[in-house]
Ligand binder design. Structure first.
Ligand code: A2P
Length: 342
């Protein structure tokens, strides 16, 4: 089996570190890795596949002669904007985890369980975009139901973990909890989020938009329509909660026809990389602690609306650092290799 040279831009970040774990667990065929960071972390030891690598500073020339086949970018939109082209020029395919390219018409936005065929559009610019974490786990739940009944509208509220804001977000929540137990909560530092997150929930993720929604909420609208190739109506309310890892979502789905509850549950249970946990009489439903450190998207609390026969309500949870970022990227790379015989 052929092996690949892989660059990871943002190798010391929350998603970058997870990429190495996921590639190991999925036995991704790696020949060598090139871990890239800012000058701050250059020289840091990175272990992968029984070998030690040193992180290298990301520069315009770093891809030249490195013979990279696939470059994962997870260091923020401005870094992808500036450096992705150098990776592509060197012959690599870029799989980008930031929002920078997602809505460009000629760049595919891919969740492999939902729209694998779009991967081939990478030929346009050498780049495949990885969607927003909240979008990925939602479209995975929508797809099997859309295939059955045709979705016309989605209303979603998210419960998003601190790790969505990277390592800094997690560290800030832990520090705030420590300050609470030390009776110092009033003086705790608030930097990663708009307000203190410990013992609080914040209905505000990313910057406000002129229409009253936030950028995160509009990502869920626009990205879902692009991935599903469908202009269904969508309204999102994105909320940060004091959970370290794994996002949850309460989703209400309206269809063009009446739905059957058992058939819906079966379709969800059989969908690729999805698990249905749904027996509230036994306290069984997915929670962040169910999903964390796993590669599944979990669905539960599936209910038919009590007024309308064409509506379902469900609850969905996934480890957003994995399913919502690292795992989705590696799954894209696996499919790309398979489809292109790279
Ligand atoms: P560094 O360790 O050098 O700061 P997170 O999302 O967890 O905050 O991680 C962000 C990742 O992006 C880190 O690996 C970080 O590396 C990397 N990064 C941040 N700024 C740059 C930059 N200017 N060039 C390359 N990598 C960067």
């Amino acid at each position: 089996m052929r092996k690949y040279n892989i660059a990871v831009v943002g190798a010391t970040g929350a998603v970058g570190e997870e990429l190495f774990r996921v590639m190991t667990e999925m036995k991704f065929p790696v020949n060598k890795i090139l871990p890239l960071t800012s000058s701050r972390s250059a020289g840091t030891d990175i272990s992968f596949g029984g070998q030690k690598y040193k992180a290298v500073e990301l520069t315009e020339d770093v891809f030249k002669d490195a013979d990279i086949h696939i470059a994962f970018f997870s260091a923020g939109g401005s870094i992808s904007e500036k450096y992705a082209k150098f990776a592509v020029e060197s012959g690599a395919v870029v799989i980008d985890n930031t929002s920078h390219f997602r809505m460009d018409d000629d760049i595919p936005l891919v969740v492999p369980e939902v729209n694998p065929e779009d991967i081939m559009l990478y030929k346009n610019r050498g780049i495949i975009a990885n969607p927003n974490c909240s979008t990925i786990q939602m479209v995975q739940s929508l797809k099997p139901l859309d295939d059955l009944y045709g979705i016309t509208r989605v209303d979603v509220s998210t419960y998003q973990a601190a790790s969505g804001a990277g390592k800094e977000g997690m560290a800030e929540l832990v520090q705030q909890m420590q300050d609470f137990f030390a009776f110092k909560l009033e003086d705790t530092e608030v930097k990663a989020f708009a307000h203190r997150l410990a013992l609080n929930v914040i209905p505000h993720i990313d910057v406000p938009q002129p229409n009253g929604f936030t950028k995160e909420e509009m990502k869920m609208v626009n990205e879902t329509q692009k991935i599903m190739h469908k202009k269904m109506q969508i309204a999102a309310t994105c909320v940060r909660v004091p959970v370290l890892r794994s996002h949850s979502e309460s989703i209400t789905i309206t269809f063009g026809q009446d739905v059957d509850l058992e058939e819906s549950r079966e379709a969800l249970a059989n969908f690729e990389n999805m698990k249905l946990i749904d027996d509230i009489s036994k306290n069984e439903y997915p929670m962040p602690m169910t999903a964390t450190d796993t590669d599944y998207t979990y669905v539960g609390r599936v209910r038919k609306d009590i007024y309308q026969n064409n509506m379902l309500h469900l609850w969905n949870v996934a480890d957003q650092v994995r399913v919502g970022a690292a795992t989705n990227s590696v799954r894209i790379a696996q499919k790309l290799i398979e489809m292109e015989n790279l």
